[in-house]
Structures are given as structure tokens and as C-alpha cells.
Design a protein around this ligand. Structure first.
Ligand code: SF4
Length: 377
């Protein structure tokens, strides 16, 4: 099972596609070391994210607790405080670190509302490499504003010896956003094709399967059904800063329990989780994020291996690209079916003086996530 620990909703970026920064949590309410110690061993990918996890003063202790419990420990960071990660990487060089990067200097800083963000994170990842980091990379959220730079970011990451993880606009309780829509779905989707071809040309099998993951992103961008059904609550779960456990980070009606008050076994086997898994089986959203896609692509029999569909697609198209042929994307994707969506303008917060507002006295999950509806179709 994969697990994401959303350690805080405090954040020092001001992204246009994620409003966590407008909804910070109080440090004293955030999931404690004692609560995280209750997690069992045996997770596959355990991601410590946020908000911005480096704003937790006890991030090193969090990693000390979760590191032995997972095959892969990951930190998703905006990269604005790389110095806080250096001691962690010196201690655990194989901790996976992904810094958010949304394109070139101007584009990334505008989308993320970060002054000098680009320089800080590019220099910061180099620092982590010097510290001995072995699994470093960038993470990019594909949107109209940066899709033209997608292949360039991939090539830049590759030349520096880094990975590139991609996702795209989603509406989700984790992001406090339910109005993330593409302006030109088809044009954005078409430009992802270039990244898929570039990834298939790579010599790394990891990139070939990322190519398939990006094929799923094209379906998501166009508003089509997911390539593979979702297994939220069974193959992955999320813990929010209030220690509430959720099947996924999208729908706020898929609770499983609370790790501060219950044991992990009670949560997984409880009635609430069982009811939630039934709802997941009927979920008609087409979200396709790294966690939801990666787990869906895994074989049910040998989890280290991919399912037959991605495996066959990768083999066929890797051979095609290797002999210099083009992939016929139209044979996989119905580009004539583009779901209509409202036009909601995104705006940069780079030069805007918007302060985050700490709302005290939020007690129930309904108060934590007031937006209620999050559609991804
Ligand atoms: S498909 Fe449904 S259950 Fe799965 S992650 Fe998306 S909203 Fe959650």
C-alpha cells in the first residue's frame, strides 16, 4: 500500500492551482510524531508532503519514524528550503525528493507565486546531490501556461541526472480547489504527446512507464474515463494534518478513520473504511495523479510488476520509437471527444500581497474542507 502523509497545510508558495497556502493549519494541531509512530511497517511508497513539509520543525524526526516503515520514503517539497533537507539526505541518501518546478524561471515563479523560486530549487537540488542524494527530481503540474515547456523541463532534468514526475490540474480537497479547469483541453493534451515520445526514447524503463502514465494524463486532460480503475482505500490512502485518514485526496466524502484515535488496523478493517471502498468502486471521477495512477498500473499478483495493459502498451510503443516510427496517438485517444468545461481564469499571486488566513476553531472534517464538491471530469 502507498501512503501520503500531508504533514501540514502551511505553505510558503502561493500557487495559482493550489490554495493550501490560503488555508494553513495550526502547528499544534498537525499530525504528531506519536501518531505517526502508530503506522505499521510494510508500506511501499510513503510520501511526506504538505503544504510544505520543510516548514515542520520536526521533519527530520518524522523521517526517522517513517523511513523504516516503507520500501521508498519520499518528500514532496517546493524546494524553497533545500538546506533543511541536506541533513536528512546525508543520513538517508536514498530518500526520494521531488521539488515542484513549473517550467522556466519566469513561468515557474509566476505559477507558483515564488520570488527567486526557480534559482533556489535548481541550486537546492544540486546541493542535495552533493550531499549524496540518489533519487532526486522535479515535479511539474501540466497546465495551459507551461505545457509548451514540458519537454524542455524533462530534458533539463535528464541532463542534470534527475527524474521528472508529472501531474496535471485537479480539483481536490487537498488543494482547496474546485475550479481548476483547462482553457484549451485539446491543445494541452496534444503537447503532452511530445513528452511521451521523449520518455520512450530514454534508456530507463522507469521513463517508459512514466510515458504510459502521461498517456493517462492526456485522457484526464480531455475529460475521458481513467485508463485503469481506481483502487483508493485499498492500494493507497492519505493522512491529513488533523490525522484523519482518507481513501484519496480528492473527494472529502471518502473518510476511513483517524490515526490519533484509532490503530491502523482498526481503521483499515472498520465499517467506515469498508463503506468508503464501496463508494470508490462506483466513483466516476477521472482523476489521474501520480499516486492514483502508479497504484492502478501495478499488477495485482506481483506488485513490483506492471499490469498487462501498461506492459503491452509500453513494449509496443518502445519498439516503435526505437525504430524511428511515430506513435499513432489517435489510435489510443479519441480527440474528437473533448468534455466541455467552464472558463475559470487562473491568476498569478507572484506580486500580489495576499496573506494566508489562519482560521481557528475548525474542528470537524466539514469545517476543514468547506468546498465539499470536487469534480474531475
Ligand atoms: S477516482 Fe474517485 S476514489 Fe479514486 S482518487 Fe479519484 S476521486 Fe478518489
Amino acid at each position: 500500500m502507498d501512503l501520503t502523509v500531508i504533514s501540514t497545510f502551511r505553505c510558503n508558495s502561493k500557487c495559482q492551482m493550489c490554495y493550501i497556502w490560503k488555508n494553513p493549519t495550526e502547528p499544534k494541531e498537525e499530525v504528531s510524531l506519536e501518531t505517526l509512530s502508530k503506522l505499521p511497517n510494510g508500506f511501499d511508497n510513503l510520501n511526506v508532503s504538505g503544504g510544505e513539509p520543510t516548514l515542520r520543525k520536526d521533519l527530520s524526526e518524522i523521517i526517522d519514524i517513517v523511513y523504516p516503515k516503507a520500501r521508498i520514503t519520499e518528500i514532496s517539497s517546493n524546494g524553497l528550503h533545500p538546506e533543511r533537507l541536506v541533513p536528512i539526505i546525508k543520513k538517508y541518501p536514498n530518500v526520494k525528493v521531488r521539488f515542484s518546478l513549473e517550467g522556466d524561471r519566469e513561468t515557474s515563479d509566476a505559477i507558483r507565486g515564488e520570488k527567486n523560486g526557480y534559482e533556489t530549487k535548481v541550486a537546492g537540488l544540486r546541493k542535495l546531490k552533493e550531499a549524496g542524494g540518489t533519487d532526486l527530481g522535479f515535479a511539474m503540474v501540466i497546465q495551459d501556461e507551461n505545457v509548451k515547456q514540458l519537454v524542455d523541463v524533462y530534458e533539463f532534468a535528464r541532463k542534470e541526472g534527475y527524474e521528472l514526475a508529472t501531474s496535471t490540474l485537479h480539483n481536490a480537497w487537498q488543494f482547496y480547489k474546485n475550479d481548476n479547469y483547462f482553457y484549451e483541453r485539446k491543445s494541452v493534451a496534444r503537447q503532452v504527446e511530445g513528452l511521451i515520445e521523449a520518455m520512450l526514447k530514454s534508456s530507463k524503463p522507469k521513463n517508459w512507464f512514466r510515458a504510459y502514465l502521461n498517456l493517462g494524463l492526456i485522457e484526464k486532460i480531455l475529460g475521458h474515463d481513467r485508463l485503469i480503475p481506481c483502487s483508493a482505500g485499498k492500494d493507497f490512502a492519505f493522512i491529513d494534518p488533523w490525522s484523519d485518514v482518507w481513501a484519496c485526496n480528492v473527494r472529502s466524502d471518502l473518510p476511513m478513520g483517524n490515526l490519533a484515535r484509532q490503530s491502523w488496523d482498526e481503521i483499515l478493517n472498520g465499517e467506515v473504511a469498508q463503506r468508503t471502498r464501496k463508494k470508490v468502486a462506483d466513483c466516476s471521477q477521472n482523476c489521474w495523479m501520480v499516486t492514483t495512477a502508479r497504484t492502478a498500473m501495478r499488477s495485482n499478483i506481483v506488485p513490483q510488476m506492471p499490469k498487462a495493459e501498461p506492459m503491452m502498451w509500453v513494449l509496443k510503443n518502445k519498439i516503435k520509437v526505437s525504430v524511428g516510427k511515430k506513435i499513432c496517438f489517435d489510435s489510443y485517444i479519441n480527440y474528437s471527444d473533448v468534455r466541455p468545461s467552464p472558463f475559470v481564469k487562473r491568476e498569478t499571486y507572484l506580486d500580489k500581497n495576499v496573506k494566508a488566513k489562519l482560521v481557528k476553531g475548525r474542528v470537524t472534517p466539514d469545517e476543514h474542507y468547506p468546498l465539499k464538491t470536487f469534480m474531475n471530469n
